[in-house]
Design a protein around this ligand. Structure first.
Ligand SMILES: NC(=O)c1ccc[n+]([C@@H]2O[C@H](COP(=O)([O-])OP(=O)(O)OC[C@H]3O[C@@H](n4cnc5c(N)ncnc54)[C@H](OP(=O)(O)O)[C@@H]3O)[C@@H](O)[C@H]2O)c1
Length: 326
């Protein structure tokens, strides 16, 4: 074993055009390092932003793509005694779409082997974001209503299941009718169809209670609808912009309802918060996965060498993440 597959790009651009499957030498761990073998990696919207050059932080080119995955330590460099071969760990973030990578043993993020591999692979970005949105933005109490768009996204499904475990109630906006019952079966309290004029029925949906928090990862009309549906002093958190359109807020709701608009970025949370705070979030996610309070669907699994098919699948309507395996 001297060569491995990796998905690389030499330019920023459309993933379908710039990504290539290349053969690279299998890296050897240096002093204090371990080598990690990929078990499964995820495709996320932020990968497209990083490959396309529009994300908040970019890699030097040429770059191995991918940010999220789980692996297993398969070789130790000189002087490493803190971890053993076989330990389950987060795959190094600087290029998760490759078969092996080395990193310092002190930077390892250990993952309890009782968390199923496919759940672990999707546990490092979207569920932690959902957890922070529900616990760090405003002080929510059991029984409070939370509104979100992209209800069937990985963040959205995490919000639904975590909210249920926390005693919160959710309204999820989706753009496909067939998702309504599916999301309800996963714990959603209310599911509404985008563009159906649902904000006018907000009082019937909540039984008259105010919506305290709205989570926006879409933008455009979907985000404006949220602002109309928020209760007085409600907060909208924007953490994604899938339509790539500006959020046009109806001014009167900021003035007369004192609605507050803020943002959230998990990458910044990890960079600015103490390690204990980040670990607390990761541990909470893994505990919920272990106890099956949080279980995210997998839409399909592809080999690294089938990256173009995997991306085609990912860009089509689906429920669940598309995974890559060696
Ligand atoms: N700020 C942060 O720290 C942070 C962290 C994690 C994720 N995010 C953001 O959260 C969002 C969800 O990520 P994810 O990985 O959970 O997503 P995902 O599982 O890949 O699902 C994508 C979702 O976006 C919807 N969507 C795609 N294009 C759309 C459009 N033009 N209009 C309306 N809906 C559209 C899809 O709906 P259909 O199924 O109907 O196509 C689906 O619900 C993304 O914007 C991502 O960048 C932000």
């Amino acid at each position: 074993m001297s060569e491995m597959h990796a998905i690389q790009h030499r330019n920023f651009g459309d993933p379908a055009e710039v990504l290539e499957v290349v053969s690279l030498p299998v890296p050897q761990p240096g002093p204090g390092e371990v080598r990690v073998k990929l078990l499964a990696a995820t495709i996320n919207p932020s990968d497209y932003g990083m490959i396309g050059g529009s994300y908040g932080r970019l890699r030097e080119l040429p770059a191995v793509a991918g940010r999220e995955g789980v692996g297993q330590v398969d070789a130790l460099g000189p002087g490493v005694s803190s971890v053993g071969v076989g330990a389950r760990v987060r795959f190094p973030e600087g290029g998760a779409w490759q078969e092996y990578a080395c990193l310092s043993a002190s930077d390892l993020v250990l993952v309890d082997a009782t968390v199923p591999v496919e759940q672990a692979a999707i546990s490092f970005i979207n569920p932690p974001t959902a957890y922070c949105l529900l616990t760090k933005m405003i002080d929510l109490k059991p029984g409070d209503w939370v509104l979100q768009n992209a209800g069937n996204s990985a963040v959205g499904l995490s919000v639904i299941q975590m909210a249920k475990a926390m005693g919160l109630k959710t309204i999820s906006q989706v753009r496909r009718e067939e998702l309504v019952e599916t999301l309800k079966s996963m714990g959603a309290d209310q599911v509404v169809l985008e563009g159906s004029g649902w904000p006018k029925q907000i009082k019937e949906l909540t039984g008259g209670d105010p919506v305290r928090l709205a989570l926006n990862s879409i933008g455009g009309e979907s985000a404006s609808d949220q602002i109309k549906a928020l209760g007085e002093n409600g907060t909208q958190v924007t953490f994604g912009g899938m339509v790539g359109d500006k959020v046009r807020f109806p001014t009167r709701f900021l003035i007369f309802n004192n609605v507050r608009l803020v943002g959230f970025w998990w990458d910044k949370f990890c960079k600015t918060q103490p390690a204990e705070a980040v670990n607390e979030v990761r541990d909470a996610v893994h505990r919920m996965m272990r106890e099956e309070q949080l279980k995210l669907p997998i839409a399909a699994t592809y080999k690294l060498s089938e990256i173009k098919d995997a991306i085609r699948h990912d860009k089509n309507p689906r429920l669940g993440k598309v995974l890559l395996k060696p």
